[in-house]
Each structure stands twice: as C-alpha cells, then as structure tokens.
Ligand binder design. Structure first.
Ligand code: FCB
Length: 459
C-alpha cells in the first residue's frame, strides 16, 4: 500500500512541521469535581462511583482536581507550559441535567468562560462533547443501548454550537466508542457496569456511531462545514510488526485494519466491513434506512488515542499477536511500544485516508520518580520521535495531545494511577509540574523532540 508523499518542509529528524499543534488533554469527569454544583444533574459515572465495589477503594469524582473552581489557575498553568491547544470535554449533565430539554445557563457559562480563557491565553480550545459522563436519566433509559441517546446527543451538539460557536474550531463528538460500549455494557468494568450480549453491544456501538453522526450534522449545519473541523476520536486495538520485514509489516497492517474496520469503515467508507458483518451472524445491529448515509458523512479528521501495543510476525507464534516481554510496562501493566505512533497513523492513512490526523491522547501511568518523572519524560520523548518519523514520511498528523495535563480521576482505578505531567496533591489541590512537563514545554518551544540526558531506554 502506498503511503502519502514525503514532506519536504521538514528540516531534520525529530522536527515537526510548522504549525504542528502541541496540546494536552483532560476530560470533564476526571478533573472537574463539583458534582452537584449549580444545578448539575447526576451522571452515570457519579452513580457508578457512589455504588460500592465499582471503583478502587471507593474513590469518586466528587472533587477530583476541583477544576470547576480552579479553571483559571489551570489555564495559567497551561499557558506557562506554552501549550498551543487544550482538549477538554463538557459534562453533559452540567448542561442538561437529565440529558434533555432546556440547557442550564450556569453550565454553559462555565464552558463559555473556559473557551474564552483559552483564547485569551493563545491556547486553541478543542472540544470533546462526550467523554463518558452520561446523564443518569438517559442511562435509566438504557443509555447507549437506546437509539434515542444518539438523537439526544445531536440536540446537545446544537446547544453547544449555538452557545460556543466558531470560537471552537475542532470538535470531537465522541471519545473512544470501544471503551464506552465494551467496558460499560459488556465487561461491566466502567459505568453503567452492565454485562450484555454481543447483539446488544453491537447495537450500542451503532448508537455511538449514530450519535457522532447526529452531532456532526448539527455542528456542520449551524457553524458551517468550512468553519470547523469535526473529528472522530478512536482507540484502535494496535498491532505492530515485530520487525521491519515487509511480510511482518503487511501482516500487522492487515490485522490492524481488520480490528479497526468495524468503527472506521462506516465513517470513511459508508458501510460496515462485509466480512466481519458475515462473521457476526445474527449478532449484528439493526440499521435503519438513511443511517449509514448519515454516518458516512466523513469526519474531517481522525483522532487517535494510543497507549500500548502488541506485535505480530509472519514467521513466529502462529501469526498470532503477542505482547513483548522485554517492553517496559507502566503501572497499568501496559506494554510501552513507542513506534505505535509511527505505524498506526501510517496504517490509518493508507486504509482510510482521513486527510488529517491528530494524536488526541498518548501518555502513561507511572508513580516512579515522583516529580522527577524521567520514565514519563522518556515515554513522551520516544513516542514523539516516532510521530516525527510519521510526519517525515508524509502522514498528515497535525498535532499531539499529551494525556494528561495533570493527575486526575482514572475511572475504575480512581486516584491510584497518575497520568499527569503536572502532579496534583489531592489533599491540598496543589499543582506542581513534573520533569516531563518542563521537557514538554521545551519541545513545544523548539517544535522538535529535544534531547534529554535520560538513561531510560525503551527496547
Ligand atoms: C483513555 C481515556 C482517558 C484516560 C486514558 C488513560 O482510554 O480516554 O480518559 O483514562 O485512557
């Protein structure tokens, strides 16, 4: 498969194209806290956390990083790091307490101020509409297993488009469909903690795609297709070649594409992948007339959330993927494979040609080192090196968002996993940049992967 044309404007290894968007990401539930402030409704994650046994040591998002009250200080922090962009999400029940009907002004005011606060500091606000905190009232009606949720999300997008307008150029309706549906409705490890059949779960995935489509249509109708970019943020299951042998590369590419096609084909090819559809027998979603056309109105960019990877080889392990034992592992046990940021954007470009791509999340949970978080620094450095190579090869990756700006509520793991480049003391709410944040600020300033004398090597 051919890759995109080589880029000529890129002066050297580790350099990024001019205008490359350096950002950091967070999400509403993970940082805002203030779970009942100003009329906010209950979310399914509030309910999930408040139900014993779901989250590590009963942790909740009630206070989290108290960002709802400390947003100004947090924006100043971002500005001090030189961030060019900030990817955040809105809390749906803060805007519509029951997920429907009239919007709550106070909720909208909060995001209004946040957007202006970004712009005043020269930071581009990039808005995720749904990053998992669904109004409990919608969950009570089956949440993502109910087609009506998709329509409701279209209404939310309309409210946001009208209030926020063109101040936000990059809109991302959905964060990570697989985590929403597989973890929430099949494995039961995320809210709402259900364990449903394959058939229902596939219907849920279809509803998530539909929600993306309804929201995209509302945004494009109200704001104009040319004024904004709408992206689909996905976390594909990443398979990389074990070596650079062309047979390994081809097998990795084919395996990767097969795994990601269920989500990406409908958006960029207008149909579910035929072979997979046949393989699922009766466990396929009900698709109503007109829905595939709506879903197939291509997004303007693909957002990739990438953290870990598996390997595959044409000559080893019966051509089955495996995790490399020698790879360093994070506190989550995730295998660190920096060239994930080289291969995945390339494979996606070749298969779906999304035009623009962004790495919308990449990062690691490590306690080691504390503020001297050299493992995290090296993680960012090596991943960005791979991404620079993808750019050099002409893959149109336009930006990178580190996950995360600061330590936060890590879903079912509560506060036990720290992903931040800024340390948060959850007793005092004091924020302290770690070594990785300082390194990231240097990289942003120089628009390249700056070297750092760090002994950590990733095999
Ligand atoms: C992703 C989520 C994000 C964060 C990271 C570690 O799946 O989108 O909220 O939890 O994982």
């Amino acid at each position: 498969m051919p890759s995109a044309q080589p880029r000529t404007s890129n002066p050297g290894p580790g350099d990024f194209p001019q205008g490359f968007l350096w950002g950091a990401a967070t999400s509403s539930f993970q940082i805002e806290g203030a779970w009942q402030a100003d009329g906010k409704g209950e979310s399914n994650w509030d309910r999930f956390c408040h139900t014993p046994g779901n989250v590590f040591e009963g942790h909740t998002g009630d206070v989290a990083c108290d960002h709802y009250n400390r947003w100004k200080e947090d924006l100043d922090l971002m500005a001090s790091l030189g961030l060019k962009a900030y990817r955040f999400s809105v809390s749906w029940p803060r805007i519509q307490p029951t997920g429907r009907g009239k919007a709550l002004e106070k909720g909208l005011d909060f995001y209004d101020r946040l957007v202006d606060g970004c712009l005043e500091r020269g930071i581009e606000p990039c808005l995720t509409i749904f990053h998992w905190d669904l109004p409990q009232a919608l969950e009570d009606h089956d949440g993502w297993l109910n087609r009506d949720t998709a329509k409701a999300m279209g209404d939310l997008a309309e409210i946001l488009a009208q209030r926020i307008g063109k101040r936000v150029r990059k809109w991302m309706p959905i964060n990570e469909g697989p985590c929403i549906v597989d973890n929430g409705y099949q494995r039961g490890v995320f809210a709402p903690g259900r364990k449903e059949s394959d058939k229902l779960v596939r219907q849920g995935k279809h509803t998530v795609l539909l929600a993306h489509a309804h929201a995209s249509r509302a945004l494009r109708d109200i704001l104009g297709r040319d004024a904004i970019e709408v992206g689909f943020v996905h976390n594909p299951w990443p398979t990389l070649p074990a070596t650079t042998d062309p047979e390994d590369i081809e097998l990795a590419r084919a395996t990767f594409v097969r795994d990601a096609a269920w989500w990406l084909d409908p958006l960029w090819k207008g149909a579910y992948p035929a072979e997979e559809w046949a393989r699922h027998g009766a466990d396929v979603p009900e698709v109503l007339p007109g829905e595939m056309e709506l879903i197939g109105d291509k997004p303007d960019f693909l957002g990739l959330n990438l953290y870990f990877a598996q390997r595959i080889s044409a000559s080893q392990n019966d051509r089955q993927p495996w995790r490399r034992e020698e790879a360093l592992k994070t506190d989550f046990g995730w295998h660190v494979e920096p060239d994930i940021l080289y291969w995945v954007p390339k494979f996606c470009q070749d298969e779906w040609n999304p035009g623009s791509q962004y790495v919308t999340e990449n990062g690691c949970a490590w306690e080691i080192g504390g503020l001297d978080d050299r493992h995290r620094l090296a993680y960012y450095r090596e991943h960005l090196r791979s991404l620079a190579r993808a750019c050099e090869d002409g893959v149109p990756v336009k930006g990178y968002f580190a996950w995360s700006l600061m330590d936060n509520f890590e879903w079912a793991s509560g506060y036990s996993k720290r992903f931040g480049m800024v340390h948060v003391d959850f007793q005092t709410q004091v924020r302290t940049p770690k070594a990785s944040a300082k390194w990231y600020a240097d990289a942003i300033r120089e628009n390249r992967v700056v070297d750092a004398a760090m002994e950590i090597q990733f095999p």
